[in-house]
Structures are given as C-alpha cells and as structure tokens.
Design a protein around this ligand. Sequence first.
Ligand code: GLN
Length: 491
Amino acid sequence: TLPEDQPAKGHPKQLYVLFFAEMWERFSFYGMKALLLAYMVTELKFDEPKGYAILGSYAALVYTMPMFGGMMADKFLGYRKAVLFGGILMTIGHLVLAVPADWSFFYGMAFIICGNGFFKPNISSLVGTLYAENDPRRDSGFSIFYMGINIGAALGGLLCGYVGQQINWHYGFGLAGIFMVLGLIVFYIGGKSLGERGLPPNPAQLKQGLFLGISREVFIYLGALALIPVIVALFHRYEIMDFLMFGLGALALLYILFVAFQLEKIARNKLFAALIMIVFSTMFWAFYEQNAGSLNLFAMRNVDMELAGVQLPPLSVNNFLPPAWVIILSFFFAWLWPALNRRNLEPSTPLKFGFSFLLLGAGFYLFYWSCQLSQETGLIPLYAFVAGYFFIICGEMCLSPIGLSMVTKLSPVKMVALMMGIWFFASAIGEFLAGKIGALMSVPKEVVDNPVLSLPYYADILSKIGIGSFAIGILLICCVPLIRKLMGEVR
Ligand code: GLN
C-alpha cells in the first residue's frame, strides 16, 4: 500500500528536498576532505605517516558517529530533528576550519564528526520512509539520492580543491561552510513537506525534564557537544584510535548478534545476511578511500596533469573524477539493472557486492600498470588516471547505493536507523584501515619532488591493493549462495 501523499508514478516530491539538502552537505563534506591531507603535509608540515593517521582517524570518527546518531534518532529524536541538529554542528565545524589559527583545525574536525553522526544516517533513512516496503521504486529512489550526493561531491572537490590549494587553504574550508548553510536551509524549509515522517517517536518523552528541568532532547544535544573536547583530545593522542576502533567494532558486532538472537528466524536470517555484506564492505572502503588519501598526493606528484597545454589542479582532478564518474554511470546502471531484471538476469545484491571488488581491483591494477609503463618520467598519463577511476567507480555503483537500499530492506523496521549507522560504521573501520594502507605509501621528504623516485612508493602498494581486492571479490562470490539463502524472499 502506498502512503496517501505519494504519487503512483515517478518519485515522491520529498525525495528532491532530501536530494538537495544532501547534495549541499556533501559539497561541503567532500570539499573539505579534498584539502585535508595535502593541507596537513604541505601547510602544517606534518610527517606523512602522521598525516595519514590523522586523516584515517578523522574519517573513521566521521563514520563512527552515525551509529550513535542513528540510535538517538530511532529512540528519541526522530530523523528530522537529528538531521537539523547535525547540520548545525557541521556548519559550525566548517566555519571553524576557515579560521586561520592553530586551535581551529582539530576543533573544526570535531564539530564535523559529531554533526555528521546526526546528519548522514538519518537523512538516508528518511529516503527509506518515502517508499512502501516492497515499492519497486525504492532502489531507484536511492540511486537518485546517490546522484545528489555525488553532484555535491563533484562540485565540492572541484571548487574547494582549487580554491584551497591554489588560493588559500582557509578560503577553501570557508567555501565548504557556505554551502553547508545552503543545505541546512533547504532541509529546514523543504523538510516541512515530509508530513508525519521522521517525527520523534514519542514527543512527550523527548520534552520530559530529566534533571534541573533540562529536557531529554536538550540533554542529547549537550551530550553531543560534550564529545567535542574528547575528540580533540583523541586527535592529540591518535595512537588510542587503534583500540577504540577495534573495540567498538567488536562491541557493535556483539550487540547486533545479541539483538539478532531475540528476533524470529526469518528476520534474524535477514539481519545476518545484511551483517555479512556489511563486514565485506569494510574492505571495499579500506581500498576505495585511498582516493581521499594517498591518491591525492599521488595526483600531485605522479600524474601528468597537463591537458591541452594547461596544468590542471591535481586536488580538484582527483576529487572531481570519482563523483563525476558516479554521475555518468548512474544513468548507465539505472538502465542496466531494470533491463537485466526484465530478462531475469539481474544479479542479486551479494553478487553485485562481489563484482564491486573485482571492478575495484581492476582499477587499482590499472594504476599499477600505468606506473610500470611510466617509470622513465615518473608521471602516469592523465587518461590512465581517468580510466582507473572508471573501474573503481563501476565497483562503487555495485556496492554503495545498493548497500543503502539493502540495509533498509533487510533490517527490522525499528532498527533501520541503527543498521544504517552500522553500515556507515563499516566505512569507518574501512577509512581507518585506509589510513594505515595509505601510510605504507608515505614518500620520504628527500624524494617528494622527484616523480621518478617517488613513483615506486606508490606502485608496489597499488598492485597489492588490486590483487587483494580480486581475492576478496572471489571469496565473496563463493559466499553468495549462503547469503541468498539467509535473505529469504529479498533479492
Ligand atoms: N560517497 C558516499 C557518500 O558520501 C558513500 C560514503 C560511504 O558510505 N562511506 O555518501
């Protein structure tokens, strides 16, 4: 049955509100991320391993917080209040980064981390509320939403990457902040059209005074703010992140298993299926996220950025390419899946996940090959860089948007936001590992300006990522029958 304010054809109009709010939020998020590592190693003069560790910790925390933000939304706030609060924190974070002072860097990142926790999983869950459970438009709704994410990311990477690297780092961060404000306004005004969706599950409980007349709602907000100095302290002692991430990973796994055993069999099996795919996705992100890390520095040092006599800005190119490919390929995949479906040939979700690793591996292997062929100059041709990303992003298209939809299909309704949080938490672990893998590509200071000498530092690890990715893909494809059995009637 369709909710009564939904059209029978096309997509609900609220999808476009969420689309634009998320688009501008991702503009600022990826605009800032494009600058992060290069800013640390060239401006703040961090050693490369330290730069990778801070980047990995930042990105890991960014995607850890959605677990808590998702839980808070499910139980108390509802999705909409959570998105609004998160958006405000993210805006503050981006604007703080624009301040050219020593203290601003870690504080700005800490605000973004907390804000993203409330914003990111809940806006995705809101998309899920627009469709009835078995509405065939759900997948394509998520693909459209994913397109919004990437239009934002492409513009953000392009503009902030350029302004930050070529003009002034803090202007780049500030530009990100301005667009976050725009996202917030879109959500604030457009959010009203969501009607009953995403409201707090129990408003009276939320307003209830807990202590000194302070309501539960305000307590949640204060709790989030109290985390900011804790996160800043963590950045200063980033070695602790190892324990934190693996500890949280183990706890999250135990918690889901605990919950799963209280469900009836069919629901439990579905949850297990989701969990297996989520665990695999960790490795996807660990490799994929070299994009925002090592590949930024690789683009600056070892890619021939000349196009028709013009030197292109490397950070812009590296951060524009992946989302640009997503946008182009979205059209292809939006055609491909239904076309295969009509012939009964559409791969199941776990098989798509398996393909995603093979494609990812192909992309990294292509980078490696280009390195081997470019040893004399130390610079790989731009077209090889563009082509490598083509394969990597075909891989992304088989995993990331499919995963969002999979989570909303396989999780019990009351757990959707939490499971969305767990989905992002898998990327948190992935991002953390990505930082570690990136650090293996640290280039000694003496050779950073000599492409011939810096190239081998990248080539070796790029080939290992390629091979590792193939191996995981094959393992996953072997698990497909098992996962499909657990999924029951869901494809
Ligand atoms: N690029 C996607 C986004 O920003 C996916 C990120 C992720 O799941 N780690 O939403």
